[in-house]
Unconditional design. Structure first.
Length: 272
């Protein structure tokens, strides 16, 4: 153990060492101005700490959530799923839909063009031709009237005429005295052997009752289907229908030709 003087001397030396240490540290802090240091930088507006208010509370919460997710992903990378790209905005979705519609329109246009080239449309022209060939209302009415006339019956005298399908037929006596059936052009279709009494038509069949030297008969002619030569109306036995004497009057009654001779006797001739 030292004396009391030695202890006091050691205490003074230790205190002096501590004072020198403090002065050295203080002088190091005040050697230059703070503005002259290279470690000092100036912050700009928007940097530094931000105070959370009601206006930016949602933004601060979202930022805190993202930071927490980032820290969790960093600590647990095995639980982070694969990146699927940034979320699509409404504008991007609209652009994608418009692009898809345009692509479909282009495909449809190309398909229509190819179809028209491979299968040219000739039907409209044919349809137009069919429309042009269709009769008008007036023409249709005339056709119906003509059809009704053709299906009906006519009866005329020796100097008269009958018609069928717009063609007129009449009796004509030649220079030699023979009678015949002529068309509208004056061409004789055939001659008969006797003297005609009347000229009749039942549908497409022309009937000419005639008187002969030994009796009477009925000449017939089918329009559009008659062969050359003279033909006669025949009965169920296959023989020509006729009678003795001469014809006084004739009358068409449906499918029956009623002939009355000069003796007053009447004969019904079936036309079917």
């Amino acid at each position: 153990m030292g004396t009391g003087n030695e202890r006091r001397r050691a205490s003074r030396e230790a205190g002096g060492a501590r004072r020198r240490l403090f002065r050295s540290s203080g002088s190091a802090k005040t050697d230059g101005l703070a503005s002259e240091s290279d470690e000092i930088t100036t912050i700009r507006a928007g940097q530094g700490a931000r105070v959370t208010t009601r206006k930016n509370a949602a933004e601060a919460a979202d930022r805190a959530r993202k930071n927490a997710e980032a820290r969790y992903a960093k600590r647990h990378p095995e639980e982070v799923g694969p990146q699927v790209g940034p979320p699509r905005s409404t504008r991007n979705v609209v652009l994608i839909v418009i692009a898809a519609i345009l692509a479909l329109a282009v495909v449809f246009a190309l398909g229509t063009l190819v179809t028209s080239l491979l299968f040219p449309a000739a039907e409209p022209e044919n349809h137009q031709n069919e429309q042009n060939l269709r009769p008008t209302a007036a023409e249709q009415e005339l056709m119906e009237q003509q059809e009704a006339h053709n299906a009906a019956q006519e009866q005329a005298g020796v100097d008269g005429s009958v018609s069928y399908a717009g063609e007129a037929y009449s009796l004509h006596q030649g220079e030699g005295g023979a009678w015949g059936l002529a068309n509208a052009s004056g061409d004789t279709l055939f001659e008969i052997e006797g003297t005609p009494v009347a000229l009749l038509r039942s549908a497409e069949t022309i009937l000419i009752p005639e008187n002969r030297e030994d009796g009477w008969d009925v000449v017939c002619y089918v329009i559009g289907g008659h062969l050359s030569g003279v033909t006669y109306v025949v009965g169920s036995d296959g023989n020509a229908v006729g009678g003795s004497g001469s014809i006084d009057t004739v009358e068409l009654d449906g499918t029956t030709l009623r002939v009355t001779d000069d003796s007053g006797s009447t004969t019904d001739v079936s036309l079917v």
